[in-house]
Design a protein around this ligand. Sequence first.
Ligand code: ADP
Ligand code: TRP
Length: 374
Amino acid sequence: MGPVFRGILAVMSTQKPVMLSGIKPTGELHIGNYFGAMRQIVELAKSREYRPFVMVADYHALNTMQDAVEMRRRTEELVAGYLAAGLDGDDIVLFKQSDVSAHTELAWIFDTITTMPYLMRAHAFKAHIQKIQDLSETQVGSVIKTSLLRNWFKPKEERSKYVSFDVNLERVLKSLAEISVGTFNYPVLMAADILLYDTKVVPVGQDQKQHIEYARDIAEKFNHVFKTETFKLPESRILPEVAIVPGTDGQKMSKSYGNVIPLFASREEIIKRVMGIVTDSGGERPENVYAIHKLIKSEEELAPLYTEHAGKYKALKEALIEDLDAFIAPMRTRYESLMQDTEAIRAVLTKGAEIANIESKAKMLQVKAAIGVN
Ligand code: ADP
Ligand code: TRP
């Protein structure tokens, strides 16, 4: 290939729209992550229609995971997980958020144009507050709750003048009342992640939809305040049929609910998790089993099986075990061998960080010019 052609190719590739997504390295990947987000990330990356950026959201993870050994291990696992799921380290920019300081720098700039009431409307924050409200009234009267929260900043001796409470209850309330600034600010850092690269599409599961809307709002606000067109508006890409993958209890599959099927589960683990699927007695078709089965086989493929074994939950669970194992096994093998080669994982991240730093520095020059600190 001649230099001119290579030059044209380079220009064309820079004109491709950017796709960016991220996952926090906070726990074992599960099939909800895979079907909701990772599979689309892999497909979009392979389509070559986008320039794919995939990020390990380690600074987001720091809100809940404050242990250096675990952070390192989970980061390696997540990168190996992405690669085992089909990403090719040579074709994508796979990087750690913490390796690119422009993310936190831009988040600060966004902080200055973002109001507290706006962030208080975020679902994740509201869910947190709801948890405080949901503490049963028998456990703690609403007067005590309010008083405790209002007086939290006072010294303990003084607080106990207002209310008396047992130590356990105090611990529960403390963890709820003392939400970190980082958790409150989560959507701002995420907006920076997305906007730094002029991202066009953000493939995610349904639970992230509002975060992408926040990124759009923040982009518009910045452009408006500084009378500029620095930021482009991103769009979420959520696949309706897998927007909320259910777990073994029928609720949304989530590592925080303990209802997951791990993406690289061993056969024994698959058996254990599938046998643990909650089956509501009575119906012909165990809905929680079927909902997971439908992820890996089409409804047409499943119809004869579910007709033949109507009402026989054990047989249907056994069929699901076989299908899940067949689906997971090749990825599990790749994952296990990648985990043997942590040097290679580090090399992918180093290369990714180099490119992400170059791109984001260029964007920060525009941002600094727009706000007048250049
Ligand atoms: P978890 O809820 O287990 O903590 P994360 O918040 O780390 O998962 O999610 C990482 C990505 O996987 C996000 O894009 C999220 O939308 C997607 N995801 C997580 N759980 C599900 C699910 N049950 N269904 C669809 N997508 C999901
Ligand atoms: N908040 C996302 C999650 O919990 C992770 C994330 C951080 C992300 N930054 C991002 C996702 C940017 C998409 C784009 O899953």
